[in-house]
Design a protein around this ligand. Structure first.
Ligand code: ADP
Length: 220
């Protein structure tokens, strides 16, 4: 398989985060080149990714050999070894990879990656912790903050909610939330002004985070 085109993604570091990310990309049809300096980590994914390579990604020669400069998107999923994360990331930026995604383990690590010029810094533990906090607060099934301050949640419609069309419920005026979609009998459909809730429906609610949370509490 030829790999290294603009449509492929290289994932450096095949720990828990990198592995989950790489497998999810594969599951959705993206070619993935996985790199890790731990032979066992690489061996474990052999055959599940488009390509796997065992090697130390801090070595400029490896980055060159693998043609990582030709990838549009590279993910640095090395966390605990902050030095390695920084060395790899700076090499990738130096060879001109346009989109570098890097995982940070803490605030200081995130700041350095940011200062290096990484376009996408992700903090899986911190982000997930915040997300779960919102889920716990509102007994929500799912909570995604699109960016700080704006959220989308999945809620079950309580029994007894009046069966008038959305247009008449006035959720936006009264509660400051919008309904994006409704899941009924296992299928999501986009909501429209004529949509009527039924008991057992799941709805996708979006809006400013505090509005969405307040609405979720009301619906609980
Ligand atoms: P997680 O918490 O997602 O498991 P870790 O930071 O513990 O993440 O794992 C990172 C992975 O990156 C490990 O599999 C490790 O072997 C790999 N790794 C660390 N340093 C390098 C390096 N210089 N080159 C390639 N892979 C590396």
């Amino acid at each position: 398989t030829s790999i290294g085109s603009a449509t492929s993604v290289a994932v450096i570091g095949l720990g828990r985060f990198g592995t989950a990310l790489a497998l999810e990309l594969m599951a959705h049809g993206t070619e993935v080149l996985g790199i890790d300096d731990d032979a066992d980590a690489v061996q474990g994914l052999n055959g599940q990714l488009t390509g796997v390579v065992a090697g130390d990604a801090t070595r400029p020669e490896l980055i060159e050999q693998l043609g990582l400069a030709d990838f549009d998107r590279v993910v640095v999923a090395i966390g605990s070894d902050v030095t390695a994360s920084i060395l790899v990331t700076s090499q990738l930026l130096r060879v001109g990879v346009p989109q570098v995604w890097a995982k940070a383990v803490d605030e200081r690590h995130a700041l350095i990656l940011d200062q290096l010029g990484v376009s996408h810094v992700v903090r899986p533990e911190a982000d997930m912790g915040r997300r779960v906090a919102h889920m716990v607060r509102g007994a929500l099934e799912d909570f995604i903050e699109i960016e700080p301050g704006y959220a989308a949640v999945r809620l079950e419609v309580p029994a007894g909610l009046s069966a008038v069309p959305l247009r008449e419920l006035g959720l936006q005026a009264k509660h400051g939330v919008g309904i994006g979609a409704v899941k009924r009998d296992g299928a999501w459909v986009l909501a429209n002004p004529e949509t009527r809730f039924e008991a057992g429906d799941t709805v996708l609610v979006h809006g400013l985070t505090p509005k969405v949370e307040a609405f979720a509490v009301l619906m609980a």
